[in-house]
Ligand binder design. Structure first.
Ligand SMILES: [Zn+2]
Length: 70
């Protein structure tokens, strides 16, 4: 008996928004963060971390050097 496999092509999901961090697509029912500035960011992955890091531009240094700069 031969098996016939039907390949059903999933319909392409509509992109409803773009992530402000990675510019990737955001699909219906996806969980996101909405920031105080209104921007929408993926909730999965590193998008929020990367966006925040760019926004506040943290520098790595010792506390003594940080206090000298304060
Ligand atoms: Zn993203």
């Amino acid at each position: 008996m031969s098996r016939i496999v039907h390949l059903v092509q999933e319909p392409k999901q509509q992109v409803v928004a773009r992530c402000k961090s990675c510019n990737g697509p955001i699909y219906p029912n996806e969980l996101v963060y909405q920031l105080a500035d209104g921007n929408i960011i993926h909730r999965d992955g590193n998008c929020l971390w990367e966006y925040a890091t760019k926004a506040v531009a943290p520098r790595k240094l010792s506390v003594e050097d940080a206090l000298r700069n304060a």
